[in-house]
Write a protein that binds this ligand. Structure first.
Ligand code: ZN
Ligand code: ZN
Length: 548
């Protein structure tokens, strides 16, 4: 029935309002496949800086057809890989998901632990211990877990990244699989018996192919090096060379430096690692028939080579620019593949990062912009000296890591004082140390509700059971390292917190916002889109502007 006819019948009182046939508006969208993309160490401004250099089908397609959250931030400290991946997928912060670092001091085990290490499980696909991993230390559910629950396990969930933690944490606790790349002599994709007893056929086939081997080649710039005008000169003092390489300049001859740089591990450290990840992701979609029926599947994909390249060369290097131009091509290739295999408009993508990065502090120093270097070792020694003088004990500090000081509670008891006395004394003392910007006691973290600024970010990163007794941050632009080349991340400053956030595809509006959005909003937005239950630790909100 034509609209005007319906309207005139309605006006003439021939049909009542309730009799009008309305199209049912479902309160959810069911894409056949969700592809979550985390680009390790990607800063928001990489979208802008290289915009004119990107092709139409990659980052530009996501922005031009999708939704761009231009003011998206991490809202906790520390901004490290495992913490970022956990926060993206759990829709909450370390306060609830418990992943307080890549490595952290575990008070119960009295040692440094790695986020995904798990002695209870075994490697699958390698004789090495590289597969003894699981998500067991992450203590809240992920959106991928919730999809599993919502589909009574019929929706497939698979994690893929060259880094174990970049695959395992996003895939969640109930995943069908998480695969990561084991370099060394092997160059194979592996997993753990947390997920399965044996690699599926398609993975074995992929591992037997020359997929990884084909990237053992020279890394040269994609285009004429003179066209890399968004970066500083290729030869500069801020970049770290590979072992046995004379300088950190193009071309990087991987076969010539292969043996000295961990063999297949070398691929992780160059843009080819991202290409290999895209290759494997497409093999996974095909091998697992993902996105083939009406039950939503989820591919949790992380491009992690960007982090290794960033650490080695820094934010403004030609190598970094070249890597993003290549990643752009990999993303275009992936989207084209999804159009073909799943169908245009039948899948949903989001793209973000797990943390951003600071410019190389030595470069900042040369430009007279605040930044520089501090020494954790000197900090530890000086603080220990103070505590020894003041409390007559040199055994009060158990560990200092990730900007957290862990005290020995047994020793404190023996002194007949409370932990709070020592915590207050430490905060009072280190406020006088060079480049310590802020410090808070664990007591303050537990008993004061901070709403803004660094204190609030420290509190979001503070886990009641796992975190230290004093938390502190360095001045902006400072890294705790002795190396003056390359960069890192971990702080709560804008250069580490400002991350891209793009949504694209089924159920997503076209548009952009400069309204502040935060990393924990992502899982809650995808949950709202799918109409599934929010992850257990939810503390972000769905970004309503994004959803159709
Ligand atoms: Zn990372
Ligand atoms: Zn990193």
């Amino acid at each position: 029935m034509k609209k005007y006819l319906l309207l005139s019948l309605f006006c003439a009182g021939i049909i009542s309002a309730s009799a009008q046939t309305k199209e049912e508006v479902k309160p959810f969208t069911k894409p056949k496949l969700v592809v979550g993309i985390v680009v390790d160490q990607m800063r928001y401004d990489y979208l802008v800086r290289f915009w004119d250099r990107y092709q139409e089908g990659g980052f530009k397609r996501l922005v031009n057809e999708g939704f761009n959250c231009k003011n998206n931030h991490f809202n906790y400290i520390p901004t490290y890989t495992a913490v970022g991946h956990s926060s993206v997928y759990t829709g909450t912060t370390p306060k609830a998901h418990g992943v307080i670092g890549n490595n952290w001091y575990d008070k119960v085990e009295d040692r440094m632990v790695y986020c995904t290490e798990d002695a209870k499980v075994n490697s699958v696909g390698t004789e090495s211990d590289a597969g003894k991993m699981s998500p067991w230390r992450m203590t809240s559910s992920t959106m991928t877990d919730q999809l599993k629950l919502a589909t009574v396990s019929k929706g497939k969930v698979i994690g893929v990244s060259v880094k174990d933690r970049g695959s395992i944490l996003p895939a969640g606790h109930a995943a069908d699989a998480a695969y990561w790349f084991h370099g060394s002599d092997e160059g194979v994709w592996i997993t753990s018996d947390y997920y399965m007893e044996e690699l599926p056929k398609w993975v074995k086939k992929f591992n037997k192919s020359d997929a990884a081997e084909s990237y053992k080649k020279v890394w040269n710039t994609l285009y004429d090096i003179d066209t890399y005008t968004q970066s500083i000169a290729d030869q500069n003092p801020y970049e770290g060379a590979f072992k046995v390489e004379k300088a950190a300049v193009f071309p990087h001859d991987l076969p010539a430096i292969w043996d000295e740089n961990g063999k297949f591990d070398l691929i992780k450290g160059v843009p080819f690692g991202n290409s290999l990840t895209a290759d494997f992701a497409m093999a996974a979609i095909e091998g697992e028939d993902m996105g083939k029926d009406e039950i939503t599947d989820f591919l949790a994909l992380s491009f992690s080579s960007s982090d290794y390249v960033g650490h080695r060369y820094g934010v403004s290097a030609v190598e970094t620019e070249d890597m993003y131009l290549r990643l752009d091509q990999d993303i275009a290739r992936l989207l084209e593949f999804l159009d073909k295999k799943v169908g245009q408009g039948e899948y949903t993508v989001f793209l973000t990062s797990d943390h951003a990065a600071v410019e190389v502090p030595a470069y900042l120093e040369d430009l007279k912009i605040p930044g520089g270097y501090v020494s954790n070792k000197e900090f530890h020694a000086k603080l220990n000296e103070f505590l020894t003088e003041t409390f007559n004990s040199d055994a009060l500090i158990k560990n200092i890591s990730n900007g957290q000081i862990f005290l020995d509670q047994e020793v404190i008891k023996g002194l007949g004082i409370t932990s709070r006395v020592i915590e207050d004394a430490i905060v009072n003392e280190i406020k006088n140390y060079d480049h310590v910007a802020q410090a808070y006691t664990g007591y303050a973290m537990r008993n004061t509700e901070f709403t803004k600024g660094i204190a609030a970010k420290l509190q979001e990163g503070y886990n009641f059971r796992r975190s230290g007794d004093v938390v502190f941050v360095w001045d902006a632009g400072y890294l705790a390292t002795s190396s003056r080349t390359g960069t890192s991340h971990g702080s709560g400053y804008a250069y580490d917190t400002h991350a891209p956030l793009l949504f694209f595809g089924k159920g997503i509006k076209h548009g952009e916002t400069v309204k502040r959005t935060e990393i924990p909003d992502i899982a809650n937005t995808i949950s709202a889109l799918l109409g599934i239950a929010f992850p257990s630790g939810k503390n972000g909100e769905p970004i309503s502007e994004v959803l159709e």
